[in-house]
Ligand binder design. Structure first.
Ligand code: IMP
Length: 476
C-alpha cells in the first residue's frame, strides 16, 4: 500500500571523478521541444515573482520567466510584448514614417514608442532615416521629414550578417542600420543598442529572431481570452497554471491550445506517473511537476494530498522518458544544491518562486521590518492572491469565500537578479563538477543518489557556529 517517497532533503548525490573544472560545464537545457535555455531556470508564474521586469532580467541571463495571470489579458500580453521587444537582432517590423510627415509628428511617434530613429519609406522603398540626431537642432516643428532626414542611409542588403553590421556601425559612426531587399524595400532595422545588449548578455535565452524568450500563465477557463492576445505579442509558450493538472478540464485546455492556437504548452501540475502520462497524452510539450512542495504552500496540510518533490520528479521523469517530454520541477528549491538534485532526478529545468521573490526585479516594493529589508511573497492560493484573480487555480469561483492553499508573507531582500542567479548557476556547476558531469544531459543520467538520515541533513547544514557574515548563497 505504501510506496516510499523522498524529498530533496532526504538525498545527496555521491561525488565522483572529474577531469574538468566546474567552469567548463555546459548548463544548456531543453525547456520544451524547440526551446533551449542557457541555464535550467524558470521563474514562477506568481504575482509576487514574475512580471516583465524579472522576465527580462532572467532571460538575459539565459533562463525564462512565466508572466503570472493575476493580470487582465491585455496587460499580461502587453508585458509579454515588453519582454519580446527588449532585445532584438533585427527588428522585423520597425515603425516608419513617410517624407510628408512633420517633425512634430516624428517627435510624437518617437516618444510614444520610446525610440530614437525611424526609417523613412516612400512608395514602399527606403528613402532615408530620421533620428534624434537629425532633430537635435531643429526648432521648426512644422518642417517636413524630407527636409530634415538623412537621405540614402547606410544599409544592409538581403540577409543581414552580424559582423558586417558591426563594421558598418563602426565605420560610419551610426546607431541605426536599416535592412532592405534587393529592390530597396525595408525588411528590418538593426540598432547599435541591441548589438551592445547582445555583447553585454552573451548567454541570453533568445528565439530565432534574437528576441528574449518569455512564457505566460493561463487558466483552463481563459484559453480563448488570453491566447489570441498572447500570440499577437509573440509569446514563446504558455503554461496551464493549475494546482491539479491531472484533471479533465486541464487536459482539455492543453488540447485546445495545441489544436486551436498552435502555441507550445506546458501542462501541470502533476505529481504521479499516471498524471504525467495523461498530460502528455493530452498534448503537453512539457510537464510541470509539483503538488505541495512550494514554500508558501499549504495544500498538503489543507487537503492531505501531495508527493514529496524528489519522488514526484523521479516518477514523472520515468513516464516522460518514453516520449522524451521535458519535465519542469516546480517548487521546493531552497538552495542551489536542490537544483542539482532536481536535475539529477531527471528534470530538464526547475521553476523557482521563493528565491526570486526577494529580488529587486520582482513586483512590489521593498519593505523595512525591524531594520532589515524584505519583499512580500505570497502563494497564488493565498487569500490575497485568490481575491485578485487566481481562485480558479484552486478550483474556486472568484465570488465564493476563499479556502486558501497558500500563505502571504515576506522574504529577505536579495538585491539584483544577475549576481543572485550567478550564485545559483555556479552552485549547479559545482555540483556537476563533483559528479563528473559536463552537461545537463550527463547529470540527468547520473542517478547516483544516497539516502541520508536527519543526522546527515543536520551535519550538512552549518552547525555549532553563529554566522557573523551571511554568504549570498546560504541562510537558514
Ligand atoms: P517555491 O519556489 O518553493 O516558493 O515554489 C513556487 C511554486 O509553488 C510555484 O511555482 C507554484 O507551483 C506553487 N504555488 C504557488 N502558489 C501556491 C499556493 O498558494 N499554494 C500551493 N502552491 C503554490
Amino acid at each position: 500500500m505504501f510506496e516510499e517517497t523522498l524529498s530533496y532533503d532526504d538525498v545527496l548525490l555521491l561525488p565522483s571523478y572529474a577531469d574538468f573544472l566546474p567552469a567548463e560545464t555546459s548548463v544548456r537545457t531543453t525547456l520544451l521541444p524547440g526551446i533551449t535555455l542557457n541555464i535550467p531556470i524558470v521563474s514562477a508564474a506568481m504575482d509576487t515573482v514574475t512580471e516583465d521586469r524579472l522576465a527580462i532580467s532572467l532571460a538575459l541571463e539565459g533562463g525564462v520567466g512565466v508572466i503570472h495571470r493575476n493580470l487582465p489579458p491585455a496587460e499580461q500580453s502587453r508585458q509579454v510584448g515588453q519582454v519580446k521587444r527588449f532585445l532584438n537582432w533585427v527588428i522585423e517590423s520597425p515603425v516608419t514614417v513617410d517624407q510628408q510627415q512633420t517633425v512634430h509628428e516624428v517627435w510624437e511617434i518617437m516618444s510614444s514608442y520610446r525610440i530614437s530613429g525611424l526609417p523613412v519609406v516612400c512608395d514602399g522603398k527606403l528613402c532615408g532615416i530620421i533620428t534624434s540626431r537629425d532633430l537635435r537642432f531643429c526648432r521648426d516643428y512644422t518642417l517636413k521629414v524630407r527636409d530634415v532626414m538623412t537621405p540614402n542611409p547606410v544599409v544592409e542588403v538581403g540577409r543581414p550578417d552580424i559582423e558586417s553590421a558591426k563594421e558598418k556601425f563602426d565605420a560610419h559612426k551610426i546607431e541605426k542600420l536599416p535592412v532592405v531587399d534587393e529592390n530597396n524595400r525595408l525588411t528590418g532595422l538593426i540598432t547599435v543598442k541591441d548589438l551592445e545588449k547582445h555583447n553585454e548578455f552573451p548567454h541570453a535565452a533568445t528565439d530565432t529572431a534574437g528576441r528574449l524568450l518569455v512564457g505566460a500563465a493561463i487558466s483552463p477557463n481563459d484559453v480563448d481570452d488570453r491566447l489570441p492576445l498572447l500570440k499577437e505579442s509573440k509569446v514563446d509558450f504558455v503554461v496551464i497554471d493549475t494546482a491539479h493538472g491531472d484533471s479533465k478540464n486541464v487536459a482539455q485546455a492543453v488540447s485546445r491550445v495545441k489544436s486551436r492556437y498552435d502555441v507550445p504548452v506546458v501542462g501541470g501540475n502533476v505529481a504521479t506517473r499516471e498524471g504525467t502520462r495523461r498530460m502528455i497524452a493530452a498534448g503537453a510539450d512539457a510537464v510541470k511537476v509539483g503538488v505541495g512542495p512550494g514554500s508558501i504552500c499549504t495544500t498538503r496540510v489543507v487537503a492531505g494530498i501531495g508527493v514529496p518533490q524528489f519522488s514526484a520528479v523521479v516518477w514523472a521523469v520515468e513516464e516522460a522518458a518514453r516520449s522524451a517530454t521535458p519535465i519542469i520541477a516546480d517548487g521546493g528549491i531552497k538552495y542551489s544544491g536542490d537544483i542539482v538534485k532536481a536535475i539529477a532526478a531527471g528534470a530538464q529545468t526547475v521553476m523557482i518562486g521563493n528565491l526570486f521573490a526577494g529580488l529587486k526585479e520582482s513586483p512590489g516594493r521593498e519593505i523595512i521590518y525591524e531594520g532589515r529589508i524584505f519583499k512580500s511573497y505570497r502563494g497564488m492560493g493565498s487569500i490575497g492572491a485568490m481575491r485578485q484573480g487566481s481562485a480558479d487555480r484552486y478550483g474556486h469561483s472568484a465570488t465564493e469565500e476563499p479556502v486558501p492553499e497558500g500563505v502571504e508573507g515576506r522574504v529577505p531582500y536579495k538585491g539584483e537578479l544577475r549576481p543572485f542567479v550567478h550564485q545559483l548557476v555556479t552552485g549547479l556547476r559545482k555540483g556537476m563538477g563533483y559528479c563528473g558531469c559536463r552537461t545537463i544531459e550527463e547529470l540527468r543520467d547520473y542517478h547516483r543518489f544516497i539516502k541520508i538520515s536527519s543526522a546527515g541533513l543536520k551535519e550538512g547544514h552549518v552547525h555549532d557556529v553563529m554566522i557573523t557574515q551571511e554568504p549570498p548563497n546560504y541562510s537558514r
